[in-house]
Design a protein around this ligand. Sequence first.
Ligand code: ZN
Length: 388
Amino acid sequence: MVPLNQSSVAQKLAGRLALTRRDFLRDAAGLALGGALVGSGVLARAGIAPRNRKVVVITFGGGARDQETFAPQGQGNIPHLMNELIPQSSFFTQVVNRGILGHYVATASLATGVYETINNFASLPPEHPTVFEYFRKDRKRPASDAWVVAPSNGFNRIGESSHRSYGPGLGARVILPKHLLTAATSGRRDDYQHLLRDNYEAPFYAPELAGSEFELQQLEMILKLSVDDFKAHAQTLSSPDELSVYIAHRLMQQVAPSLLWITMHDIDIAHAGAYSLYVDGIRRTDRLCSDLWKAIESEPEYAGKTTLFILPDFGRDSDDDAGGNGFQHHRTGDALSRTTWMLVAGPGIRQGVALDRPTESTDLVPTLGAMLGFSTSLAQGKPIEELL
Ligand SMILES: [Zn+2]
């Protein structure tokens, strides 16, 4: 018998995970199997021209495993995904990340459609054009039409690559809610420590960004929030991701960007080793995804013309991998930590179907390009036909 090489073993495991995921979902959420293409043009049939469409991308919080989410014992942690969102979505059961499993570099890879190799722990721009640059350059859109809400200082470069044909001036505006809050409280953080907790992995180079004037200007001029109102509202929130969703909703109301990207990060508190905090993070992220979908459906600028994508950057290690420490980290690069999922909802998207064929993290950007009508020539992935 010929021994299977490492990568075909990983592929087999990923395939098995996908089938298990679909079975879990079919039982619980009544999903149909949607393997066959229905043909192209679903968005066109929804009657929305590309120039009027909006897209909101949510990255689902820094890695969660099946047993705390889609498996029967985990479904109680994601009631909003299970009961509200999945029944009205196309759900991809096998999205494989073949890149580096660090949050910044993996999120940058999602945003460029190329497995980036930049140092996860440095403040560097992605090397390939981001979806924001493709969108703005090709569609001639102003800076106000593409925004990123990002969890930590380390993400402040994600909106714009170092690619010479794109780069400076063509990217997304990046808003860092924690930085905004730090500026608003003039460094007196005592009442807000729980909202300011930054990266959960050490070592992380978190550059102190210069000055607070720019943040205060964002707050007042763009978000139309006074420092006092912002501080008062922040006191009602319980985590950094709640702060991010508050800011994202405010951006939707005040700026209404066509392309809005929100990176969640609370779940990554798992690195601290407390299982209950990790599960709390999953439950909160589940609720916040639902809150954002409700915001999309209730804001006139977004209702009826917005496609929502929810996907994790990657998973976490399995309990029985000798090289890891279970839920706590994502160090082994095993199939469980590389095989994720994606949920897509909105007008023209088929509802209540599960698609098992493998897709890759790098397919997101070409799919967004095909959906919104711009070229993504340097991205590695392929548009996901079932969504177009
Ligand atoms: Zn992590």
